[in-house]
Structures are given as structure tokens and as C-alpha cells.
Design a binder for this molecule. Structure first.
Ligand SMILES: [Zn+2]
Length: 353
């Protein structure tokens, strides 16, 4: 069934769900108070926001459609993290932002064509234009909420930190946050952290590669602690290679919670290990986060970071089912209890899932 066919009016939702007429207004009040309300099994959450996705199907082969990873899975707003740059952003608008029911935003890649060239997008810094990136971000400020760069050797090749410095310069000029992908250096994680300030975002914070948030003695890297103290944000960005259960569990046990839970979803991981945002949230509840903390970090918190209006509500059902979940490194955990998305209410329409 297509999304359009599934659209129902709010009154029909009330009839289907058996809720009384005033239920919707109760949810709205709850949203305004920044509180999550739930009965034993049904939770109403301000519209889920996935702050790291790839929803530019025209971009190489990796992008998913925004509605496939968005409203169809209970998510009302997605941020495309750097699939496009200033050269192809208008195509991204036409192909992804405008046709989608899901609200779509972007972190504009410092690479002029985003991730179209797939790997090594920061290998030749002569391609980078800070001025054109800033100009594009200003012109499309309704949709562009940050700048993106990949700080791993597959992107930088032999240019080290220089491309990330250009991205930071563009972000400062555009007065936007910088989201940096971290993975296998160079550049080293500490070098990247030293560049970042309040509101900037480290994505893939719980990857299992060398040089992550923990030192070899098991303590949290001092630069990570200092970065968090000055307001740098840490995002999950699960992806195909960037969530390790042992690292995430160690972090949660140490009280180092992610600021935002996101998927880094694209065609290569939508059939596992990522699947969707709610599955990613279930993993973090299984690893030790409370339901409320996990849900806030994929709804209210990312909406605040992005400065976007809250978009509707997601109704989630908590059931006792036993689930087996995989991280990006093939490790499995099983635990009982999981959310599943039941309805999205967006722009006055109800989408049963
Ligand atoms: Zn990504």
C-alpha cells in the first residue's frame, strides 16, 4: 500500500485506536511540555528525528528514499548527512526534499559533490570551496542545518586534518554546526576533537575501530571529556561499520550517554544490521539506557540541536518480545522488550504503520 493510500484523518485514528477524542490534544500538551507520556504499552513521542541518514537516491548507489527510512518507519524528520554538496544540492532538493512526506533536512558536505565520488572526497583540496559552500548554506537555510565532513583516511587519503579545517571554517562562516564522521585516521581523533566547539557533532561515537573514545586502559579519552564539557555533541550514527556493542555498553556503564541516537541508514544497511531508527533505539535500551532517555535522544534533543519545529508525533508500542540484535561488527545481543512504531501523526494526517 502506498503512503497516500495509508493516510487517514485524525478522526479515523481515534476510531481505530479506540482512544477518546481528547487523546490527541493530550499528546499535544505533552509535547509542549517536553515530556513523554505513556500508558503501560503505548508511548506518544514528539515526532522522531534521525539526525544521520543518507536519503539522496541519485547519489552514487547508497541513498535510500526519505519516506522509506522516514515516515514509513515512524520517523517524521530525517537529516541527510553530507550526501550532497554545493554543486548538487539543488538536485537533492528536487529529488529528495520536495517530493517527500517526511521532513527532510541536510548537513551540506564540504565536498562539492557530496559523496557522489564515493571515496576520497577530501583527497584533492583544490576541489573545496568554502565560499560556495557558505553561500549555498545561506541560500537554503530552511533546509541546511549544518556542514558535514568525513575525518577518516578513506575520505582524506593523505591530506590529514586540512579538509576538516576547511569544513570548520565554512561552518563558522555560515554560523552552523559541523558534523564530523570519525573512524580510521588519519586524522587522529584528538586532532579532530580539538577543532570542534559548542554545538558541533561527532558522529559514529561508538565505533569499534582503533583510536575511539576509550584509551587502552579503559578510561575515556581526556579530549572527549573536555569536548563534551565545552558543548560538543556525540551522535551514534550506527551505519554498516560504526556501532560496536562493547564500546557502547562500556560508555553507557561509565555514564557517557550519546546526545543523539541516529542510524546512518542507507541502502547498504537497511536490511541489517541497522534496519531503522526504532530498532537502533531498542539496541540502546537493551544496552542500558532508560526508555525515556533513549526516546528523547531521537526526538526532542535532535529537534533542539537542529532548531527545527517539532513535526507531529510518533506512537510506539512497547511489547515484551525477545529480540536478537547485531552491531556493525557482527556481535549479537539478545534481550526482552522492544518498541515498535504504530502510527505517525504528521501535518494532521495519521499514518498507520
Ligand atoms: Zn553517514
Amino acid at each position: 500500500m502506498s503512503l497516500i493510500e495509508k493516510q487517514l484523518q485524525v478522526q479515523e485514528f481515534v476510531a481505530i485506536s479506540g482512544q477518546k477524542d481528547n487523546t490527541i490534544s493530550v499528546f499535544i500538551q505533552s509535547d509542549q511540555q517536553d515530556k513523554l507520556i505513556g500508558t503501560e504499552n503505548l508511548w506518544a513521542v514528539p515526532g522522531l528525528v534521525d539526525i544521520h541518514t543518507h536519503v539522496f537516491p541519485g547519489c552514487a548507489a547508497i541513498g535510500s528514499s526519505a519516506d522509506t527510512v522516514g515516515v514509513s518507519t515512524g520517523v517524521s524528520a530525517v537529516v541527510d548527512a553530507g550526501s550532497s554538496g554545493w554543486q548538487n544540492f539543488e538536485r537533492f532538493l528536487a529529488e529528495s526534499v520536495h517530493p517527500s512526506v517526511t521532513n527532510v533536512y541536510a548537513f551540506l558536505n564540504i565536498s562539492p559533490d557530496g559523496l557522489v565520488s564515493e571515496k576520497g572526497e577530501l583527497a584533492d583540496l583544490r576541489r573545496i570551496s568554502v565560499a560556495k559552500t557558505v553561500e549555498c548554506a545561506r541560500r537554503h537555510s530552511r533546509y541546511i542545518k549544518g556542514i558535514k565532513a568525513r575525518a577518516s583516511v578513506s575520505a582524506t587519503v593523505d591530506t590529514g586534518i586540512a579538509g576538516i579545517e576547511l569544513a570548520k571554517e565554512a561552518a563558522m562562516k555560515a554560523e552552523l554546526p559541523l558534523m564530523v564522521h570519525v573512524g580510521n585516521g588519519p586524522p587522529a581523533f584528538d586532532e579532530v576533537l580539538d577543532l570542534l566547539g559548542e554545538g558541533d557533532i561527532v558522529t559514529h561515537c561508538f565505533h569499534g575501530k582503533p583510536g575511539g573514545i576509550f584509551l587502552e586502559d579503559g578510561s575515556i579519552r581526556p579530549q572527549v571529556v573536555a569536548a563534551r564539557e565545552r558543548g560538543v555533541l556525540f551522535d551514534v550514527g550506527h551505519g554498516s561499520a560504526s556501532l560496536n556493542f562493547s564500546v557502547a555498553k562500556q560508555a553507557i556503564q561509565a555514564g557517557f550517554y550519546p546526545d543523539t541516537i541516529s542510524t546512518d541508514i542507507y541502502e547498504g544497511n537497511i536490511n541489517g544490521p541497522v534496519f531503522d531508527l526504532v530498532t537502533t533505539v531498542n539496541k540502546f535500551i537493551g544496552l542500558g539506557m532508560s526508555k525515556s532517555e533513549a526516546l528523547l535522544s531521537c526526538s526532542v534533543v535532535p529537534a533542539q540541536i537542529l532548531g527545527i519545529p517539532r513535526a507531529g508525533f510518533t506512537l510506539l508500542e512497547w511489547t515484551d518480545r525477545l529480540g536478537k540484535y547485531f552491531d556493525s561488527d557482527g556481535n549479537a545481543v539478545s534481550f526482552r522488550g522492544a518498541f515498535s512504531a504504530k502510527y505517525v501523526i504528521l501535518d494532521g494526517l495519521v499514518f498507520p504503520l
